[in-house]
Design a protein around this ligand. Sequence first.
Ligand SMILES: N[C@@H](CCC[C@H](N)C(=O)O)C(=O)O
Length: 283
Amino acid sequence: MTRFTKGHGTENDFVLVPDLEGTLELTPAQVQRIADRHAGLGADGVIRVVRALHSTDEAVREQSAQAEWFMDYRNADGSLAEMCGNGTRVFADYLRREGLATGDAIPVATRAGVKTVRVLEDGYAVDLGPWRLVDEEGARRDGFDVMVRPRHGKPVPALSVDLGNPHVVVMLPEGIELDQLDLSGAPEIHPAPADGANVEFVKAVGPGHLAMRVHERGVGETRSCGTGAAAAALATRFWSGVEDESPWTVDVPGGRLTVTPLPGHRVELAGPSALVADGDFPL
Ligand SMILES: N[C@@H](CCC[C@H](N)C(=O)O)C(=O)O
């Protein structure tokens, strides 16, 4: 039997599997079984909690001087992901509850480098680090760099944003509402990114305030995506032409996130975390 904890951040839900000394081989098939909502525990992602020092990935081991713990993140389909914004908050929450981390700034090793999670009164804020427009020149010239076609929808222009993991952001045109989208299948992206992408569909609610639905790479539609919320806010800020450090509120089906651009082309994500259950599962 393998110990697990179930948690979520704005209803982006995860199964955390403690493997502190790095002895567990978590296969894609095992991840799929854990994440299965009918035959398993059910989750958007599976997070192995392991000392960075014990990771098999050299780039992660190199982070161990700065971060004791590695968030080994897998999508529900078993694929590896570089980063998970909501996951970092839940991961830090778990480390604190288990007494594995103390203090109010917790560095977390990820496949996209060390991310530091700050403890807030009502949740956590994580410095997601540097971000970039994938095709800055094209974006500054045309406002977008790819086309996205949702299932049963028309192609719409979109902007690719790299937050350590890949995102494509679509601002829905007048007359198309978020609840009209069919996200039961992956939207088509042209040209297709080599490693796929998470796709965020956005609607402006007011100044500095967005609503978003997301189709996650390796999962399907989820009720929230933290790096996706950051990509949505950064793309909308880019389109607005006012690239200041004002915070953005992003409403997702599972709750509300705050995204704050930081100096030095960095960005912070803040929101809640909940640990909801503990148990044992046969792997
Ligand atoms: N939900 C996460 C992102 C998880 C990884 C993503 N599906 C990918 O493959 O890049 C978040 O909160 O950022």
